[in-house]
Design a protein around this ligand. Structure first.
Ligand code: ADP
Length: 458
């Protein structure tokens, strides 16, 4: 028809939808700061600002051998961490892949599986020649469980809600630490759970162990979240807990939930709305769904689907292979963005190999631009979150370090640079004083350092 848009007209429209201007970013930051403060003031806010019962910074002199279990998004990881002081450490680890079934298995089964893997690891590393594990005292464990938990102590945490596509029933509303202790006892694993930790808090503390400039820990992986150190006197909602008001405590922001019920801050597109509505948790994690690895490929795929329906892409071809929800991995966006050949040969190969689709050069150029738009938006919205913490805490004046981890930060082309540009768009030249860097092994080393800090306070 006469009103049908061609590919370049679509691109103009998409550029408009996905671009976050500096002015818009500064508005988001202002709203974000208010939301962070609200979460500290009272329970039940979108962004729950969870107290972690990790008190203050490590000295860097923490020492000893610890175990760490990390239940993140993709894998279950078990580590042995030897802290040597002076910010030094050694890690030995084993990874166990989680199946989709396990992510949705009955809760106690999932926790049992974690305890069994830990039991096997202990057997492999500590058994004598006769296969017996004989220890003077139980091994100390930091359990990194990276979902929002309401904690009233470091070795306690009630799962508020699953995120990142997990859905195992009978864990939400339960104390995950208590469940884990029960599973350890069931399988006779000679391990004491000392601390339940979020990966963001782990990243914050692991990085601070080696670099005292660290002010926040941020994960850009399957999900997106942040932790930072807050004055206890600035956390009104725990004012009645009898804590020393001169101390500090790490806060797990769970900022992925930003704007979930308000929808007044983020520039959501129709594609973001579809992702939310078709996810296993509609109405939740609005910010995370525009940023994290689990979702960026799906944003890309949904744009493709609309353009297939509009008769703009893949004319005359069978497209059922791209029609599968969540069937386009975010790693493909990385691949598309890294293709520097004139003909975009990697893109050609990707579509023909995985989706049996032929592409024209115009289509491939369109895909590359689309990946840039989606990846850039993710980085610039992430910059808004970082800027909110920096503004609220007054870290801009002297500059600061932001420790990060996750595939999006580590592998997505130009993600760190785009984050940096975003910070300069928000703060001007001073934004350059906010250094982001990859922190080595937050969930392993962080769990160990936190376990050591916890034992030192007992
Ligand atoms: P975790 O599950 O612990 O967060 P990761 O940090 O590896 O682990 O994040 C996994 C997410 O990163 C997945 O959603 C995956 O799609 C995405 N991902 C994996 N490889 C890449 C890549 N090369 N570029 C961008 N995203 C990637």
């Amino acid at each position: 028809s006469a009103t049908k848009k061609d590919m370049s007209e679509w691109l103009v429209k998409l550029e408009h939808m996905f671009t976050v201007t500096p002015q818009r970013m500064r508005m988001i930051v202002d709203g974000f700061v208010e939301v962070l403060e609200k979460g500290l003031a009272k329970e039940g806010e979108d962004v729950p600002m969870l107290p972690t019962y990790v008190f203050g910074w490590p000295t860097g002199q923490e020492k000893g051998a610890y175990l760490a279990v990390d239940l993140g998004g993709t894998n279950l990881r078990v580590c042995h961490v030897e802290l040597e002081g002076d910010g030094k450490f050694e890690v030995t680890q084993t990874k166990y892949r989680l199946t989709e079934e396990q992510k949705h298995a009955d809760g106690p089964e999932l926790i049992d599986f974690c305890a069994e893997c830990l039991g096997r690891f202990v057997q492999d590393h500590y058994a004598d020649d006769d296969g017996n594990v004989i220890l003077d005292e139980p091994l100390s464990l930091g359990f990194t469980f990276s979902y929002p938990c309401v904690q009233e102590a470091i070795d306690h945490g009630v799962l508020l809600r699953w995120t990142k596509g997990f859905g195992a029933p009978n864990i939400e509303g339960h104390d995950v630490a208590a469940m884990f202790k029960k599973s350890l006892a069931k399988f006779d694993v000679p391990v004491e759970l000392v601390a339940l930790i979020n990966d963001t808090t782990g990243t914050l503390i692991a990085s601070a162990y080696v670099d005292t400039a660290t002010r926040a820990g941020i994960i850009f992986g399957t999900g997106c979240n942040a932790a930072y150190m807050e004055k206890i006197s600035s956390i009104p909602k725990i004012a009645d807990k009898g804590l020393d008001q001169t101390e500090e405590m790490a806060i797990n922001c769970e900022w992925g939930a930003f704007d979930s019920s308000t929808h007044e801050h983020l520039p959501r597109t129709p594609y973001d709305v579809i992702i939310d509505e078709t996810s296993n948790k509609p109405g939740q994690q609005a910010f995370e769904k525009m940023i994290a690895g689990l979702y960026l490929g799906e944003v890309f795929r949904l744009v493709m689907i609309e353009l297939i329906d509009e008769g703009v892409l893949f004319l005359g071809q069978e497209t059922y292979k791209v029609e599968k929800p969540f069937g386009f991995d975010t790693a493909f966006l990385s691949l598309i963005e890294s293709d520097t050949t004139d003909e975009l040969l990697t893109v050609t190969g990707l579509f023909s190999h995985f989706y049996s689709l032929d592409t024209t050069i115009k289509e491939r150029q369109f895909f590359k631009r689309l990946a840039q738009l989606i990846g850039t938006r993710a980085a610039r919205l992430s910059a808004c979150g970082i800027a909110a913490i920096v503004s609220k805490q007054g870290y801009l004046e002297d500059g600061c370090g932001i420790a990060t981890d996750g595939s999006l930060y580590n592998k997505y082309p130009k993600f760190p640079e785009r984050l940096g540009e975003g910070l300069v768009d928000i703060f001007g030249e001073k934004g350059k004083g906010i250094r982001t860097y990859h922190a080595e092994d937050g969930s392993g080393v962080g769990a160990a350092v936190i376990a050591a800090m916890t034992k030192a306070r007992l």
